[in-house]
Design a protein around this ligand. Sequence first.
Ligand code: KMH
Ligand code: ZN
Length: 274
Amino acid sequence: MNRTLITVAPTGAEIDKATWPQLPTTVEELVAEARACEAAGAAMIHVHIRDGEHRPTLDLGRLRETVAALRENTGLIVQLSTGGSVHDPLADRLKVLDAAPDSCSITCGTVNFGNDVFSNPWPFVVDLYQRSQAAQVVPEFELFDLGHVATLERLVGEFGLPYGGKVHADFVLGVPGGLPATVPALVAGVQALPAAVTSWSATGIGRGHLPVLAASLAMGGHVRVGMEDNVFFAPRRPVTGSAELAARAATLANHLQRPAMSPAQARELIGLSA
Ligand code: KMH
Ligand code: ZN
């Protein structure tokens, strides 16, 4: 059966805990949210962590503790963000791999990020990619713009396949500065994907969340949901958490006869089964 990988991104680096108290920022809150999302149909978790004041951090000890807690309490594939926040130094972002996750995000280029810049210069992307190969961590290539698709093709062409032999990409649409969260933008991105890509998913930030979710499912893609990308379940109705977003994605996937895949099936999809 043609199944759907649901990835949940419950925290991110941009949403403020004071405004959104349902945002999971402690290890305990993250584990509870992860368990609820797994029960709802998620198979992978994209993780950003926060410090004791709920601010984004890349503290290695905290990252290791988080990976261990998620592995102990869930069956989810644990993907650590190497994107961090726009303020994180590149050197700290490289060190994320030392926390030995199953998977890591690799963003394939620099992009304006609202009033900030999310910096991913080519030499950094190459360094991070080669480190992921050496550390045997399966990357997910984050694509915010069409140029990132071209960079992904160059990366795999020059440096070979990722650890595990599969190429899984994720469109993050709707960041001010990148591709918009619209169906035509998703179609353009998917049409530009290099042949090396073996699976792709998509998420739309904010209002474009549902059109991107539905289009991705209809096009045979996979989906990412969660408070990193979307804090409203409907207009003027804040989410209670990421689990209801995962549940809605699973319901829609069922309707399209592409039910959610298990973590074991997702491992096979992205090259983690070996
Ligand atoms: N927080 C953004 C600046 C990733 O996780 O790899 C970067 C981001 C991408 O969220
Ligand atoms: Zn992220």
